[in-house]
Design a protein around this ligand. Sequence first.
Ligand code: ATP
Length: 192
Amino acid sequence: MSKIGLFFGSFNPVHIGHLIIANYMASQTDLDKVWLVVSPQNPLKEKKTLARDYDRLHLVRLGIGDNPLLEASNIEFNLPKPSFTIDTLTHLKEKYPEREFALIMGGDNLATLHLWKSYELLVANYDIYVYKRPATELGDWASHPRIHLCEAPMLDISATYIRECLRRGKSVRYLVPDAVFEYLQGSSLYRS
Ligand code: ATP
């Protein structure tokens, strides 16, 4: 059974920090592949700086290029919004019964994991691959059999920083994959 790691994010836009984590997880753990799951715009929480769902998905596809270990997913675009991770996982299990799904998250997320919808069900039924972030405090999770701490390289860049550079007309070369850089060069995304 192939094991897929799900890396959720708004990817607004995708950057090399995301891709380094995704590729690390797909190549240095027992995960066979990683899907970058693009979170759709929440109609109740409209955010001006959030690019349209399909633009962000397109950028993720461009960023992945021909890497066979990674895939872009729009699975949440047609699910009820806002989407809760546990519901997305249930949907995926029904749609792909021959696959096993696992979660990928930054260590900073562990501090609030107990606030997620049905988190007990989540940690009881799914492996969670955690990569270290500056604020990682494992606490009680350290000994949980489903939580796997991974030593992926940390990169101090964020989509917020990239949007800010673009808005100010500054170069984001090397912060995003070349294909994403080139696409953004010829587009008005994030510029105003
Ligand atoms: P923003 O600055 O808009 O909040 P972001 O760069 O943090 O965006 P998200 O789309 O929110 O990007 O990220 C998806 C996931 O990737 C989140 O869990 C986030 O914590 C993580 N992430 C973001 N940047 C990095 C990075 N440089 N290294 C590792 N993980 C990252």
